[in-house]
Design a protein around this ligand. Structure first.
Ligand code: G3P
Length: 218
């Protein structure tokens, strides 16, 4: 299972990368705005800064919602760095754009996926990744993990190459549940990734080992 970090915060990206378990980065316009990155050129520079930290796919989202605009922006993003994956919203114009990029071997991440039908359509168009937002489904009393399982079944039935990138991950149980189901990738905040390491018995056990060592080596 590949681990992506879902942030535009360079410090957090570095921290996750230094752990040695980071495979890529996802961003979106809201995450960019949260870091105060505004203006087209600053945003492009920020993607480059991320690509310099992480040697793996970096999703960069188009802002246009029409086919021509998405193609123009997507080609510019893809030309920026070899690690860039063009992130395209799950709308019909987006499906056409994914098909266009797929034919040109430009990698895409179809974002804002909330149903199995959307996931099927994006896979048929040749999306490299699809991003079902499981946390946002949980927010509206709909089981996000069940959607990941449904998409896994459909993709396996037809051997679609499209990778399931579980997104809107909020906590460690989301990551574990996605791993049980067989999501190819998860993208989440640094807090959820670091929380995987936590167990009180580990802390207590280590404390005891160190205390016993200290007793015998006075
Ligand atoms: O990867 C999608 C993500 O950025 C959305 O997460 O927590 O805003 O639902 P969230």
């Amino acid at each position: 299972m590949r681990f992506f970090i879902d942030t535009a915060n360079l410090k957090e990206i570095k921290e996750a990368n230094d752990l040695g378990i980071l495979d890529g980065v996802t961003t979106n316009p809201s995450l960019m705005a949260k870091e105060g990155i505004t203006g087209a050129q600053n945003i492009l520079n920020h993607y480059l800064a991320i690509c310099e930290i992480v040697d793996g796919p970096v999703s960069a989202e188009v802002i246009a919602t029409d086919f021509d605009g998405m193609i123009r922006e997507g080609e510019q993003l893809a030309a920026l760095h070899k690690n860039i994956v063009v992130k395209i919203p799950m709308i019909l114009e987006g499906i056409k754009a994914i098909k266009y990029f797929s034919a040109k071997n430009i990698r895409t991440n179809c974002t804002l996926v909330f149903s199995a039908g959307q996931a099927l359509l994006a896979a048929k168009a040749g999306a490299t990744y699809i991003s079902p937002f499981l946390g946002r489904l949980d927010d509206v009393s709909t089981d996000g993990i069940s959607l990941i399982a449904q998409i896994r079944l459909i993709y396996d039935n037809y051997a679609f190459d499209t990778a399931i990138l579980a997104a809107s991950v909020r906590h460690p149980m989301h990551i574990i549940n996605c791993a049980e189901i067989g999501a190819d990738v998860m993208t989440g905040p640094l807090s959820a990734i670091k929380a995987l390491a936590k167990h009180p018995l580990t802390d207590l056990g280590l404390q005891q080992f160190l205390a016993d060592y200290a007793k015998g080596n006075k």
